[in-house]
Design a protein around this ligand. Structure first.
Ligand code: SF4
Length: 257
C-alpha cells in the first residue's frame, strides 16, 4: 500500500544518513500533486489521488513549522535536518522561494545547526525563483533517473510532453556543482514490459551525464517502500555500491543507500 502524508509538517523520523529529520509537505494533504508520476512513487499514482490543485498556504507552513521547531528545541531534540518532500513536487508551490526564505529565517533563529534539504524532481529548475531558492538551501537534491528520454518517460512519466533529459542536464549544469544528484535504480516489469536502468548501457550513459553535471555529491538508492507498480525489484546493496564506486572514480563522492 502506498500512502500520502496527511500533515503539512511530518515526522520527525530518524534516518541513519540524515539524523533526526523533520519533513515539510507543501502539497495538498489529501491528494498528490506532481509534475512526474513515477512508477516507484511511495505516494501512489497521481490518478489515484486526484484533488484540487491546492498548495499549503505560506503563512500556515511558517506558523506550523515555527510551533514544531519551538517544541522540539524546548524538548532538547532539535532536528538535524528540515526536509522538503511530501505528496509531490515542492518546487511547484507558487511561493516556494518565500517559503524557503521563511524556513531559513526560522532555522537561523531557533536551531541554527539544522540543515535545510529539498528533494526535487528538477522539473522547475528553469524558473529563476526556484533556482534562487535552491541555491540558498544546504542540500539541493535533484533527481535524474536515466540518461535516456525513453527510460525517464517510463520510470518518471513526466507530465510535460516537452521534457527532455538534455534540457534538464543543461539546467543542472548552471548550478555549477551546488547540487546533489539523486538517482533511483530499479529493475523489473511495469505494464507488462521490462524496465531496468542498471544495464551497462544505462549506467555508462548516466555516468557520462554525472561527469558533465559535476554535482558536489551523488546519492544512488533503490526501492524501500511500497510502489504503485508492484512488479518492480529492489537493486542489491552490492550493485548500488558498484555504481557508487564508478562515480567516486570521477572524483565525485557518492553514497549508496
Ligand atoms: S517525483 Fe517524487 S513525488 Fe513526484 S511522482 Fe516521482 S517519486 Fe512521486
Amino acid at each position: 500500500m502506498t500512502s500520502l502524508f496527511h500533515d503539512i509538517i511530518f515526522g520527525p523520523v530518524h534516518s541513519r544518513r540524515l539524523g533526526l529529520s523533520l519533513g515539510v509537505n507543501l502539497l495538498p494533504t489529501a491528494s498528490k500533486l506532481c509534475s512526474f508520476d513515477c512508477i516507484y512513487c511511495e505516494c501512489g499514482w497521481n490518478a489515484e489521488h486526484p484533488g484540487a490543485r491546492r498548495f499549503n498556504a505560506r503563512e500556515e507552513v511558517r506558523t506550523q513549522l515555527e510551533a514544531t521547531l519551538r517544541q522540539m528545541v524546548a524538548d532538547g531534540t532539535p532536528p538535524d535536518v528540515i526536509t522538503f518532500a511530501g505528496n509531490g513536487e515542492p518546487t511547484m508551490h507558487p511561493e516556494f522561494e518565500a517559503v524557503i526564505g521563511d524556513t531559513l529565517a526560522l532555522r537561523d533563529a531557533l536551531c541554527p545547526a539544522a540543515k535545510v534539504s529539498v528533494l526535487s524532481n528538477a522539473t522547475q529548475i528553469h524558473r529563476d525563483s526556484v533556482r534562487r531558492a535552491l541555491l540558498r538551501v544546504d542540500n539541493n537534491i535533484l533527481k535524474l533517473d536515466s540518461a535516456f528520454d525513453e527510460t525517464v518517460r517510463r520510470m518518471n512519466n513526466p507530465q510535460n510532453p516537452a521534457y527532455t533529459v538534455r534540457g534538464i542536464v543543461e539546467e543542472m549544469k548552471r548550478f555549477e556543482g551546488k547540487m546533489i544528484l539523486q538517482t533511483m535504480f530499479l529493475r523489473g516489469m511495469c505494464d507488462g514490459k521490462p524496465i531496468d536502468n542498471t544495464t551497462e548501457e544505462e549506467v555508462a550513459a548516466w555516468l557520462k551525464l554525472v561527469g558533465e553535471i559535476r554535482p558536489r555529491q551523488v546519492m544512488v538508492y533503490s526501492l524501500d517502500r511500497d510502489t504503485p507498480c508492484q512488479t518492480l525489484e529492489k537493486v542489491s546493496k552490492e550493485d548500488l555500491q558498484a555504481i557508487a564506486a564508478r562515480v567516486d572514480a570521477l572524483g565525485i563522492p557518492c553514497t549508496a543507500a
